[in-house]
Design a protein around this ligand. Sequence first.
Ligand SMILES: Cc1ncc(COP(=O)(O)O)c(C=O)c1O
Length: 346
Amino acid sequence: MSDLKSFASDNNSGTHPAIMEAVVKANEGHLKSYGDDEISIRTDEAFKEFFGSQARIHYVTTGTAANVLGIRAVTHTYNSVICAAQAHINNDECGAPEAFGGIKLVPVPSKDGKLTPGMIAPYLGHIGFVHASQPKVISITQPTEVGKLYSLKEIEDIVEFAHDRDLLVHLDGARMANACAALNCSFFDMTTALDVDLISFGGTKNGCMMGEAVIFLNPDIGEGFNYLRKQAMQLVSKMRFVSAQLERYLADDLWLTNARQANAMAKRLADKAGAINGVEIIGSVDCNAIFAHIPPKATDTLLEKYYFYVWDEHNHTVRWMTSWATTENMVDEFVEDLRKAVKAVS
Ligand SMILES: Cc1ncc(COP(=O)(O)O)c(C=O)c1O
């Protein structure tokens, strides 16, 4: 077993044992391929219970694929997509939206990765002007890349603003389970009920092995997605192994249990670390990401034993992240080592 002690990313956690079991179970016998198998069909139905019967669900293996293909399916090459500057599609997808999707992104400066109608409005001046790319999608991330939450009302306001202008709203939900757990609401409340048009639904960070989905909620969009996914090499032949993960993820509130654990461990870490002299927790801890200022020498000491990101070298900001697999003991041991490391340099 690896002895890496990670507070770097929820991606560093393994697969939840119940999901692993579901994958092993899915290994029995011959089943149809490319999503025509009974597990994928059952999983589609399970998703519809959460998102409504009009939802159309398409499984992919990465969140980047979900974002790029979902947005590609609803845009022409002359369209643009408005997102926060911090958005994963803008910063962390190696130009895939541009290279594979032909998607022009319009990044909007934001403090916390969130957008508001007021922030978006100045970027819509060229609607109808033939020389300018035409805005088509507003993409928001919930929770944002810096761990902040939109309230349901804030999402609703963006959707209303978008629809009034014939724009669509895409929600990057790589961690939407953490958001729903924190806001104490359902997936339906956060998306379908607010008229969000399409979602990148993430399971990987919260216990799946590699389970993501593009979900179209608006019945008028997403035509031809199946062909697009195949073109983009994301039509998995043995799809049952992807859908089996998500079927188990949705069952028995596993998604919620896992997300609650990740969020609770972040809160525990922030509360305990924040009480140490010389450690400053930056802003609110809404879900499972924590940003903190700690002395750089303490960072060096901690990095000898733990793995986490130095987010901004210049102002000594680090990011710690918890996951479904983070335990109280792990947090407490980390905080104790943090306390010693900070004391040694102060
Ligand atoms: C906000 C957000 N969207 C999407 C993704 C999905 O990325 P990947 O392609 O690595 O699964 C991530 C992963 O870090 C993310 O943080």
